[in-house]
Write a protein that binds this ligand. Structure first.
Ligand code: NAX
Length: 352
């Protein structure tokens, strides 16, 4: 144990103080709004945003947190804990149940809050209940967020919730809306790495196509291990076409069965990964998965929020990777998931 040394301790305090001051003067803070801020995903997500994991260790942030009225007391506790972490990057924290107040000046809106499916509820009922929430939030984003706002939906059914928000956020360009399939991508990479007996950093180019649901298609045909086809490492074609896909599709349910609660830390981690990948250039030759408004690429009808292979360019543009070969097996899987998205769109057509 070090003996007390007032001079050394004073220098250490000065250094910490200097770092905090340096961070404060370096960059304009980015305002991040998180909805469902007292929920279990947010309980992991907020602390990682505040620590700089999402936007960078030199990027100050303002946190604006939205909850429904009954959860405001729990949210107060989350705010207390955020303050007690004394994160140097956090400039302001606001907690509210008013969407306009929450989205005021937001550069990033991460929409996590959503009503969960209850026993006896049809998918259509869930779509309509959440639809109302995302109409209001889309409108509030249009009224109150920053001009360069980007909206990233995690709350399920996330693709269609994003579509509803997009259609109701009048004046906000459609290319600002995203929904999360990165957790599925990460799950797929991990499954391939385990099966091939390699570290998962060697697995790249993993696309999730379609809907974040049990119809999603984790595309092993275009994925790579050490830059080579996955089939160079995994010879079991039946596994790739069957168990691999169903394991990724059903992973959420498997976690609920094991943990008694849905995935939270891994979902928060995937949200961090997504915003980071959309904010910084994608490594050469690779891509990542996120659902965005289709422009008709790969035969996916325009104006649905569907997952694609995506790159962020050096000048910050987000582009769908073009020209990937789609074999008959992949075509069938993509079409099945897109069909589900079109059915969801039809079910909420009255509120678009
Ligand atoms: P929790 O139930 O723990 O938290 C949700 C929070 O949202 C609650 O605190 C609730 O009060 C709040 N909320 C509800 N309506 C709101 C509204 N109108 N405005 C603001 N807040 C509102 O759920 P959690 O485990 O955090 O999951 C959140 C959502 O993420 C769920 O819809 C879940 O299905 C979805 N997921 C999406 C994933 C994806 O890959 N896209 C994976 C993980 C997760 O399943």
């Amino acid at each position: 144990m070090l003996t007390p040394d007032p001079k050394r301790d004073r220098m250490k305090t000065d250094r910490e103080h200097g770092l905090r001051w340096f961070v404060r003067i370096m960059k304009t803070p980015i305002t991040v709004t998180v909805t469902g801020a007292a929920g279990q995903i947010a309980y992991s997500l907020l602390f990682r945003i505040a620590a700089g994991d999402m936007l960078g260790s030199d990027q100050p942030v303002n946190l604006r947190l939205l909850e429904i009225e009954p959860a405001m007391k729990a949210l107060d506790g989350v705010v207390m804990e955020l303050k007690d972490c004394a994160f140097p990057l956090v400039q302001e924290i606001a907690a509210t149940s008013d969407p306009d107040e929450a989205f005021r000046g937001a550069n990033w809106c991460i929409l996590v809050g959503s009503v969960p499916r209850k026993a006896g509820m049809e998918r259509k009922d869930l779509l309509n209940i959440n639809g109302k929430v995302f109409i209001g939030q889309g409108q509030a984003i249009a009224r109150s967020a920053a001009e360069n706002v980007r909206v990233f939906v995690v709350g399920n059914p996330c693709n269609t919730n994003a579509l509803i928000a997009m259609k109701n956020a009048s004046g906000v360009p459609h290319d600002r809306f995203f929904a999360m399939t990165r957790l599925d991508e990460n799950r797929a990479k991990s499954q391939l790495a385990d099966k091939a007996g390699v570290h998962l950093s060697r697995v790249t180019n993993m696309t999730i196509w379609g809907n974040h649901s049990s119809t999603q298609y984790p595309d092993w045909t275009n994925a790579k291990i050490d830059g080579r086809p996955v089939t160079d490492f995994i010879k079991d074609a039946d596994w790739l076409k069957g168990e691999f896909i169903s394991t990724v599709q059903q992973r959420g349910a498997a976690i609920i069965a094991a943990r008694g609660l849905s995935s939270a830390a891994s979902a928060a981690n995937a949200a961090i990964d997504t915003v980071r990948s959309l904010s910084f250039p994608t490594p050469e030759g690779d891509w990542h998965s996120v659902a965005l408004c289709s422009d008709g690429s790969y035969g996916v009808p325009a104006e649905i929020i569907s997952s694609f292979p995506v790159r962020t360019t050096a000048d910050g543009k987000v582009e769908i990777v073009q020209g990937l070969p789609i074999d008959a097996f992949s075509r069938g899987k993509i079409d099945a998931s897109v069909k589900e998205l079109l059915e969801e769109k039809e079910a909420v057509s009255s509120i678009l």
